[in-house]
Design a protein around this ligand. Structure first.
Ligand SMILES: Cc1cc2nc3c(=O)[nH]c(=O)nc-3n(C[C@H](O)[C@H](O)[C@H](O)COP(=O)(O)OP(=O)(O)OC[C@H]3O[C@@H](n4cnc5c(N)ncnc54)[C@H](O)[C@@H]3O)c2cc1C
Length: 465
């Protein structure tokens, strides 16, 4: 007997409920259109709720370059009495450090308040395409298959799964197919912020400080003093310094570029930690991802032991939580009508087709202790043209987040979560405009009107350095 699929139709279908997808859904729903958000996991937020600091919301001059839904979520976390604060890392950039537990709550509340139709536990498997239009997706969840049809589709899967299944071209990793390592982030509680910061001020050469002249510090010593006076431990211990470097050399620590840490909850004396890495893992391969977990958790245990024994302020530190999944930095980049380049990023290029902004440095992690970092000139921001969110070959699909159309180097900047939320918001509004006007092709969207609508909603698309 032929299988009967459970079927539903929606104005806007968004696949992937991470940084980009959450912003896209809330923005699209502002128009009152029927918007469904499909997410494979049991929770919305993707990497956004892993505890990582949200980069790319401010440029290195400390100027906000992302507004709209992102600011709405940070404000909600703060209004709930929790922690969300923009701050410098005294090295390269500014970021928003946030309590991920309260952010999880705020995302759920914001989606419900907006009236987004939530579909967790559903993985989009396949697409139904006719004459370069996606008519529906086939999704599977809890052993059941669903046909979800729509007018406009948005790919926020990070991996470009929807756009690529529908026929869009893509690139994968570097020239030889190499990929950035995967990592498992975690949080430690019982950390004495003050003791750590006093150590930073006393031994600035051990830390990654004052790399970016746009931050305005004369040198490491001045940056270290500013960090101590700021009161929040957002300073990374350098793998080239003796303490971490020696530990890596003698095998007490696994190879990493630095011990990245940042505040997640001063009330819980808690920091987020990004110290693990494993190369050679394909983030689109479930088996490789699953097998990587045991190696990454072993790295976490070794790092906690190292911190307790060697890092001032960490003697009583204890594990508070690990990210809900292995973090994937790089897989597919969908090729769109415009390809964002490293030159666009580094030169801080502006465009009258810009619908979102980025400001994070080019940041490509390699094997072991390798990492490429290239700052945006003068700590400015760059514009992401609408066409970088329009996949080639398909008429009714937009994309946002990590899979946007970009060279590998540009993606090393634009993949950060602030920028993902900004691109998500932009395509959410663009999709709503399409449905409202009955447009058949995403290329027909009036970009100057889209920019005006985004600005009216509080997004930042103009007027920054
Ligand atoms: C270890 C690590 C450290 C990082 N550090 C930082 C940092 O400090 N600051 C920063 O801003 N950024 C950082 N990044 C980058 C950033 O976190 C990601 O690039 C960004 O979150 C990507 O957002 P996204 O919305 O595109 O994808 P994601 O957040 O990955 O969301 C995609 C969602 O789509 C879902 N999905 C995928 N396929 C399907 C499908 N077929 N059907 C249904 N659902 C699907 C996934 O389950 C997921 O929830 C880091 C990344 C990693 C891995």
């Amino acid at each position: 007997m032929a299988e009967q699929l459970a079927t539903s139709h929606h104005d806007i279908v968004i696949v992937g409920g991470g940084a980009a997808g959450v912003a896209a859904a809330i923005a699209a729903r502002r128009s009152g259109l029927d918007t469904v958000l499909i997410e494979a996991g049991p929770f919305f937020g993707g990497e956004l709720v892993s505890g990582l600091p949200i980069d790319g919301c401010l440029n290195a001059q400390g100027e906000w370059i992302v507004g709209g839904v992102a600011r709405q979520l940070f404000d909600a976390v703060e209004s709930a009495g929790s922690f969300a604060r923009a701050m410098s890392d005294y090295r390269q950039m500014w970021a928003v450090c946030v309590d991920p537990e309260m952010l999880k709550m705020s995302i759920i509340e914001a989606l419900a308040e907006a009236g987004v139709n939530p579909r967790l536990y559903l993985t989009s498997q396949d697409v139904v395409v006719r004459r370069n239009r996606v008519e529906g997706i086939i999704a599977v969840g809890k052993g059941k298959r669903y046909l979800i049809t729509g007018d406009v589709f948005i790919d926020c899967t990070g991996d470009g799964q929807l756009a690529v299944s529908a026929g869009a071209p893509f690139e994968f990793g570097g020239r030889a197919g190499e990929l950035q390592p995967v990592s498992l982030t975690y949080r430690l509680t019982n950390v004495d912020y003050r003791e750590y910061l006093d150590w930073v001020a006393a031994e600035p050469d051990l830390f990654l400080l004052a790399e970016n002249p746009a931050l305005g510090y004369a040198g490491k010593r001045e940056a270290a003093r500013a960090a101590r006076d700021g009161g929040f431990p957002f300073v990374a211990l350098d793998a080239n310094g003796t303490v971490l470097g020696d530990a890596i050399e003698c095998g007490a620590m696994d190879p990493c570029t630095a011990l990245y840490l940042w505040p997640t909850s001063p009330a819980r004396n808690e920091v987020g930690m990004n110290t693990t890495r494993l190369s050679g893992v394909d983030g689109t391969n479930p088996q490789e991802l699953s097998e990587s977990l045991a190696t990454l958790t072993a790295q976490i245990n070794r790092c906690i032991d190292f911190c307790q024994k060697n890092i001032p302020g960490f003697a009583d530190a204890r594990l508070a939580g690990i990210a809900p999944r292995v973090g994937v930095r790089e897989t597919r980049r969908v090729v769109g009508e415009y390809v964002l380049t490293e030159e666009d990023v580094v030169e801080g290029k502006k465009s009258d087709r810009g619908v979102a902004k980025g400001g994070h440095h080019v940041d490509i992690h390699g094997e072991g202790t390798a990492q490429v970092r290239r700052a945006v000139n003068d700590g400015r921001s760059y514009d992401i043209p609408y066409e970088a969110l329009v996949p080639k070959n398909i008429k009714n699909v937009l994309m946002a987040g990590r899979c946007l159309s970009s060279t590998r180097e540009a993606n090393g900047s634009a993949r950060v979560m602030g920028t993902c939320m900004a691109t998500g918001e932009a395509v959410g509004v663009a999709a709503a405009m399409m449905v409202e006007a009955g447009l058949r092709d995403v290329r027909e969207v009036d970009v100057s009107m889209l920019r005006s609508r985004l600005m009216a909603d509080g997004a930042v698309v103009d007027g920054t350095n």
